[in-house]
Design a protein around this ligand. Structure first.
Ligand SMILES: NC(=O)C1=CN([C@@H]2O[C@H](COP(=O)(O)OP(=O)(O)OC[C@H]3O[C@@H](n4cnc5c(N)ncnc54)[C@H](OP(=O)(O)O)[C@@H]3O)[C@@H](O)[C@H]2O)C=CC1
Ligand SMILES: O=C(O)CCC(=O)C(=O)O
Ligand SMILES: [Mg+2]
Length: 745
């Protein structure tokens, strides 16, 4: 048992979750103090990560420690307890905006070199790339994932069902994915017979060896995959699908995961933009090259780059871009009022969130006229796209799901130690020329996996270590036992990687007592069908999946069941013994910040934070023997249940209860629950006082919180907002602040 003071590390992130934290932290601190629990913070916002990366450009006072690296180290300690809120996984456009904001605030960090030429620029670009895309989660997720809807949340959704759209049998919405030439069809996989060091090399037709990755250290029993996507096949696929959509008069949308697949998916996205606007690219290609246009970062990059051109040239290009729309299908919009289409930025339409949102409203995306329409959802990689077609077929036949009666689908996801595709960025390459892509044992020269690739193909190596797989199987068995639900491993025996996984799963299941448990292995499409057939009968089924399906399914089912994945409990039992508690699966909701700044109403629901904190406290109590932490955890769960019963969640509408009001009620109910428990009388009397004050002051506090709404507010920035201003905005009730300060004293 640790002798150190029990400590929770609460992460400070970006956008809406950070704003919510400004209000919630003082509450947590007031409740944790009497239990002797320390609550520290760690800033992992994209701006802090940028500053942490470039200390030598900053003055002593401006420097920010490399918090992410420190948290990464902490994941290896058994007493670690981290609460992780959603953070921005930055696109190039967002990164540049954050850099500009920091520079304007006097931080002399370098510009982002979009097309680095000199060695110095290349080095800076390399350092900035650490802040791009999904950069936080892979470092912190040193454990597998356990995401589920707690009973109280599920019951709340049943009592207060969110709206669902109608599905028509005549809906034309469907998924289009590649039938050949994608990663699914070009994959080879093997399980290592012993630890090896390998390199990734391309042997050209002329016999030259180009080493793309000099060394990857692999452990015994690790599964490695070599897979490629053919550029030629991808371009043909886009051309076919765009033409089919145009001819048949259906809208087109493109869904990728450019944040987590930060190397491969921007390339896949860029090809779609270039094909859609083919004529404009043919006509102005040379100029675009000179200007350094890179539409892998979206059409927004092209618009930015042509800004500097003389007006006549600028207008000519815009006209030519618009002309392309005449022989292309209608495009799904991200913001039809502003004319922002699906091709504007690669991470505006993120597959895990966008496909469920589309299915929830009856299979529609928004058209240029602001109306919902049927769509051809293009998801190039077929590996996982097929699950969406299956659920669409199901909805067309059975109608939409009913949140009142549908069962629940928790997930146990393989994620630890950069498992599978999501950990493949440093081993993903755009092939420079035709040749043989080889993974070679450095010591013996043995070629382990080899494939024929062409210029422009995307070649990558994925790995998954043996220990995380064992841990994942164990977690699945434990969840199956604890919940009494059947569990299905979504694994496709026809996919080489998953065939290797199936062998391991079968072996490691034998390490556990599975008597009386219903555990099956099914390919993804069958698993989806089986699960959905149970879901509409109100039956629950655990999905046990690899890393990508973990991501997809933990938005898909929560969005159908609860309206948002932000209400999920998301636990990462760290393999080294500690715990990380993520809040939901929801993003960082930029729309919410806009509403706060314009109307001083924050509609972010902190339910995910409440759920995470309760488990964090309970685990802390168990691991450190701190009985008060356990009581705090238990009573917080009671308070959260009451919050749901009383329907004190934030409203979307300005003028009604928002995040701050909801947090006040949580504090009041939590204090009441602590006052009601009898396990610890000292704690009981301490919180009885607080509960009494909060009840007495309820009207005043709610009045003070409501009074500020409706006016614009200034938080002094976006990516690096002013802490004092944010705190002032998020803590507008003098009365509540005084009560909390008093409780902390
Ligand atoms: N774990 C992480 O760190 C994650 C980070 N991200 C990052 O977040 C950014 C945006 O991602 P995106 O997927 O578009 O998600 P958003 O943040 O835009 O969320 C999608 C929608 O879900 C609803 N929502 C999400 N969380 C809450 C909440 N707590 N309370 C109320 N409503 C909520 C909102 O709906 P409404 O409009 O109805 O209010 C919101 O617009 C990206 O940078 C992405 O990379 C995304 C996923 C996870
Ligand atoms: O890391 C990210 O960018 C997003 C993570 C995510 O979507 C998830 O874990 O569900
Ligand atoms: Mg996700």
């Amino acid at each position: 048992m640790s002798t150190q003071q029990p400590t929770i590390t609460y992460t400070l992130t970006d956008e809406a979750p950070l704003l919510a934290t400004c209000a919630f932290l003082p509450i947590i601190q007031a409740f944790a103090k009497p239990a002797g629990i320390k609550v520290t913070t760690s800033d992992i916002s994209v701006a802090a990560r940028i500053l942490g990366e470039f200390p030598e450009f900053l003055s002593e006072e401006q420097r920010v420690p490399d918090n992410l690296a420190e948290l990464g180290r902490m994941t290896q300690q058994p007493d670690t307890n981290i609460i992780k809120l959603p953070n921005i996984s930055a696109s190039v456009h967002q990164l540049i905006s954050a850099i500009k904001e920091l520079q304007s605030k006097g931080y002399k960090i370098p510009d982002f070199p979009e097309a680095p030429k000199t060695d110095e620029e290349k080095a800076i670009r390399q350092r900035y790339s650490k802040c791009l895309g999904s950069a936080v989660n892979p470092v912190l997720r040193e454990g597998n994932s356990d995401r589920r809807a707690p009973k109280a949340v599920k019951e709340y959704a049943r009592k207060h069902p969110h709206s669902m759209g109608e599905w028509s049998m005549a809906s034309r919405t469907h998924v289009a994915h590649m039938k050949h030439g994608d990663f699914y069809h070009g994959e080879k996989s093997m399980t290592l017979d012993r630890a090896r060091n390998v390199k990734m090399e391309l042997v050209t037709k002329g016999g030259e060896s180009i080493v793309l990755k000099p060394k990857v250290e692999l452990l015994d029993g690790e599964i490695i995959d070599s897979m490629y996507m053919s550029k030629k096949a991808l371009l043909e696929f886009y051309e076919e699908q765009m033409e089919d959509a145009r001819k048949t008069g259906i809208m087109l949308s493109l869904h990728v995961k450019a944040t987590m697949m930060k190397v491969s998916h921007p390339i896949v996205f860029g090809h779609a933009v270039r094909i859609f606007y083919k004529e404009a690219f043919e006509k102005h290609g040379e100029l675009f090259k000179e200007l350094g246009v890179n539409v892998n970062n979206g059409l927004v990059n092209l618009y930015d780059k042509i800004e500097s051109l003389p007006t006549s040239k600028h207008e000519e290009i815009v006209r030519d871009l618009h002309a392309c729309h005449e022989h292309r299908p209608e495009l799904a919009m991200v913001d039809s009022a502003k004319g922002i289409s699906n091709l504007h930025a690669p991470n505006d339409v993120i597959v895990d969130a966008s496909m469920p949102a589309m299915i929830r409203i009856g299979g529609k995306m928004w058209g240029a006229d602001g109306r919902p329409k049927d769509t051809k959802a293009v998801i190039p990689e077929s590996t996982f796209a097929r699950i969406y077609q299956e659920i669409i077929n199901f909805c067309k036949t059975n109608g939409n799901f009913d949140p009142v009666t549908m069962g629940t689908v928790p997930n146990v996801g393989l994620m630890a130690q950069k498992a599978e595709e999501y950990g493949s960025h440093d081993k993903t390459f755009e092939v420079p020329e035709e040749g043989e892509a080889r993974i070679v044992d450095i010591e013996t020269g043995e070629v382990l996996l080899v494939q024929h690739v062409e210029a422009g193909d995307i070649w990558r190596m994925c790995q998954v270590k043996d220990a995380p797989i064992r841990d994942w199987v164990k977690l699945a068995v434990n969840r199956c036992r604890a919940s009494g639900m059947p569990a299905v491993f979504w694994l496709d025996p026809y996919r080489p990687h998953e065939a290797e996984m199936i062998k391991k799963v079968k072996t490691y299941l034998k390490d556990h007592d599975t008597s009386g448990l219903d555990i099956q292995i099914m390919s993804q499409v069958r698993a989806m069908r089986y699960t959905l057939e149970r879901v509409i009968r109100g039956l629950d089924t655990i999905s046990v999946t690899g890393n990508i399906l973990r991501d997809y399914l933990t938005d898909l089912f929560p969005i159908m069941e609860l309206g948002t994945s932000a209400k999920m409990l998301s636990i990462v039992p760290l393999m080294a013994g500690g715990g990380m508690y993520e809040t939901g699966a929801g993003g960082s909701a930029p729309k919410h910040v806009k509403q706060l700044v314009e109307e001083n109403h924050l509609r972010w629901d902190s339910l995910g934070e409440f759920l995470a904190l309760a488990v964090s406290l309970e685990d802390l109590g168990i691991k450190t023997g701190n009985a008060r932490a356990k009581i705090l955890g238990k009573t917080l769960d009671i308070a959260t249940g009451k919050l749901l019963d009383e329907n004190k969640n934030p409203s979307r509408t300005t003028g009604e209860l928002d995040n701050r009001g909801s947090q006040f009620y949580l504090a009041m109910y939590w204090a009441q629950a602590l006052a009601e428990q009898t396990e610890d009388v000292e704690l009981q009397s301490h919180f009885a006082k607080l509960a009494k004050t909060l009840v007495e002051q309820e009207e005043t506090i709610i009045g003070e919180l409501a009074a500020v709404q409706g006016q614009p507010v200034d938080i002094g920035g976006y990516y690096w907002a002013d802490r004092e201003k944010m705190n002032a905005v998020m803590r507008p009730s003098k009365t509540f602040n005084a009560v909390l300060d008093d409780a902390k004293a």
